[in-house]
Write a protein that binds this ligand. Structure first.
Ligand SMILES: [Zn+2]
Length: 466
C-alpha cells in the first residue's frame, strides 16, 4: 500500500478540539490518513518505512515524502451547491435579479445536450479542484428531451477530474402556463422525473464507506416545481436512503411568490410537505425570519451558504451568525457557475467571513468559523462528517496543501487569517481519496489548456456565439 508523508507543514485539522500545529505532519496510507500531529513525521515515517530525506520520491517503493515547509495543510474544501453546466453561460445577464437572470437563461439552457455538458462540467470541476475543493455536489435540473444522459455527463467528468462527487438529480415540473417561472419547454413531466430519479439512484449511488459518488434528489425551487413533486421526491429519497436538496429563501421575490401562491413563508411551505429534516440541505437561506431559523435548527435541516452568488444577484445577506448560533448546520457553495463567475471555493470561505462581518461586525464570523463552513460544515450537509471534513487519523485522505511562504503572505502571523483573508495562495497539492489531483497549481488528471479549449467551444455552441 502506498504511503505519502507531508512533513514540516503547519496543520489546521478542523477536528472538534480545534487542534492546530505550527509545524507538523500528515501521513497518508492508501486512501486514509494514518497519522497527523505536531513535529516531524520521523517516527510515523519510520513505522511506515519511508525515508526522511529528499523532497520527492524517497526511493522506497510506493512511498513518498514531501518537504511541506512553508505550507499549510487543511482538509480539502467541500462544495455544497453548484450547477456545473452553467459554466457555459457565465457573464450573461450580468446585472440582473435572480428572476430576470433565470428568465434570460432558461431558453439558452434548453439547448443543452451531452456533448455540451460533458466539457462544461469538466471545466467547472477542474477549476473547483484548483480552488482546493476535494468534494462537490452538483444540482442539475434541466433535462431537454433530446439532450441525452446529462447526469451521466457530469458523473463522467467528475471521474475524469477525480473529485469526490455528490450529484443530485434535479427537476422542474411547474411551467409558466401552470403558474411557474420557467417556460413550459424546459420542464418535465412529474412521472418521468420520478422514473429518472429512481434510475439515477440505481445506476450511480454508492452508499458504501469511502464512496466517491452519492446521489441526491433535488427538485429545483418553490417557483419551478409542484408540491406533488416535492412530496413524491421526498418519499422516493427516504425510501432509497439518499439526501434531499433544493433552493430556498433566496430572494425577496421568492418570499412574495410563496405568500401569493401558498399563503406562507418558504420554510413553512417546505415544512408542510415534510421537507425539513437532517437529510435535507437548502441552498441559500437568505430570507429567513427568527421562526424559520428555529425550525431549521429543530429539524437539523442544513443551509448551503453561497455568499458570492447572493452578492452577484443582489439577493441579500444570509444570517449566518444567527444560523450558527442556533446550531443550524451550515456549509458553503460556489453556486453558479453563471451566477458567480469566479467559482472558487477558497474564495467563498473569504466571502463568507467578509459578508457576515459587513452585516454583523468583526466578530460575526471568525476566520476559523469561515474555514469550518468550507470543511466540516460541508461534510455535515452531505452526510459525510464521519469520513471527510477534518484531518484526523482514520479519515479519508482529502487534503489541501496551501503555499503560504511567498510574497502575498510573507509575514502574516496567523496562517488561517492568511488563508481566509489574504490573497488566494498557490495550491501546492490537492489529494482526493489519497490520489494527487493538483500539484503546484497544476491539474495532474486533466490537461488544463485542453479542458479550457473544449469549454470555450461548448459555450459557443450553447450561447449561439460560434
Ligand atoms: Zn443554485
Amino acid at each position: 500500500m502506498s504511503t505519502l508523508v507531508l512533513d514540516g507543514c503547519a496543520v489546521v485539522t478542523m477536528d472538534g478540539q480545534g487542534s492546530e500545529y505550527a509545524a507538523g505532519h500528515v501521513v497518508v496510507t492508501g486512501n486514509v490518513i494514518s497519522a497527523v500531529g505536531p513535529g516531524s513525521a520521523n517516527s510515523s515515517a519510520a513505522n511506515s518505512g519511508v525515508a526522511n530525506s529528499g523532497v520527492a520520491n524517497s526511493g522506497v517503493a510506493n512511498s513518498r515524502r514531501i518537504d511541506a515547509s512553508g505550507c499549510l495543510a487543511t482538509p480539502g474544501l467541500i462544495n455544497t451547491h453548484h450547477h456545473l453546466y452553467q459554466w457555459g453561460t457565465r457573464g450573461m445577464a450580468a446585472d440582473a435579479t435572480l428572476f430576470e437572470w433565470l428568465t434570460e437563461l432558461y431558453p439558452v439552457w434548453a439547448r443543452m445536450d451531452y456533448d455540451v455538458v460533458r466539457p462544461l462540467a469538466t471545466a467547472a470541476l477542474a477549476w473547483l479542484a484548483r480552488s482546493g475543493c476535494s468534494t462537490t455536489m452538483d444540482h442539475h435540473y434541466i433535462f431537454p428531451r433530446a439532450g441525452g444522459d446529462l447526469l451521466g455527463a457530469t458523473v463522467a467528468a467528475a471521474r475524469q477530474v477525480g473529485l469526490r462527487f455528490h450529484p443530485t438529480r434535479g427537476s422542474m415540473d411547474l411551467g409558466a402556463s401552470a403558474g411557474g417561472l420557467p417556460p413550459d419547454d424546459v420542464v418535465e413531466d412529474r412521472d418521468a422525473i420520478l422514473v429518472a430519479s429512481k434510475a439515477a439512484i440505481e445506476e450511480f449511488h454508492d452508499a458504501s464507506p469511502h464512496s466517491m459518488l452519492r446521489i441526491g434528489l433535488a427538485p429545483c425551487s418553490p417557483f419551478s416545481v409542484t408540491s406533488g413533486l416535492l412530496t413524491d421526491a421526498a418519499e422516493l429519497a427516504r425510501h432509497a436512503g439518499v439526501r434531499l436538496h433544493t433552493h430556498l429563501a433566496e430572494t425577496a421575490d421568492e418570499d412574495e411568490y410563496c405568500a401569493e401562491h401558498f399563503g406562507c413563508t418558504p420554510v413553512e411551505y417546505l415544512d408542510s410537505l415534510g421537507w425539513l429534516g437532517d437529510d435535507v440541505w437548502l441552498a441559500h437561506g437568505v430570507h429567513l425570519g427568527d421562526a424559520a431559523i428555529t425550525r431549521l435548527a429543530a429539524t437539523g435541516t442544513g443551509v448551503a451558504h453561497c455568499p458570492s452568488s447572493n452578492g452577484r444577484l443582489g439577493a441579500g445577506i444570509c444570517r449566518t451568525h444567527d444560523l450558527l448560533a442556533a446550531k443550524v448546520p451550515v456549509g458553503l457553495g460556489v453556486d453558479g457557475a453563471a451566477s458567480s463567475e469566479e467559482n472558487s471555493l477558497i474564495g467563498e470561505v473569504r466571502q463568507a467571513a467578509l459578508i457576515a462581518r459587513s452585516a454583523g461586525g468583526p466578530r460575526a464570523m471568525t476566520v476559523r468559523q469561515a474555514l469550518e463552513l468550507g470543511t466540516m460544515g460541508g461534510a455535515r450537509l452531505l452526510g459525510r462528517d464521519q469520513e471527510i471534513g477534518s484531518l484526523e487519523t482514520g479519515k479519508l485522505a482529502d487534503i489541501a496543501l496551501w503555499r503560504l511562504d511567498g510574497l502575498p503572505h510573507a509575514g502574516i502571523t496567523d496562517l488561517v487569517a492568511a488563508l481566509v483573508l489574504g490573497a488566494r495562495p498557490p495550491l501546492e497539492l490537492l489529494l482526493v481519496n489519497g490520489e494527487t489531483i493538483v500539484e503546484r497549481d497544476q491539474l495532474v488528471t486533466v490537461d488544463e489548456r485542453g479542458v479550457a479549449a473544449q469549454a470555450r467551444r461548448a459555450s459557443a455552441v450553447l450561447t449561439g456565439h460560434r
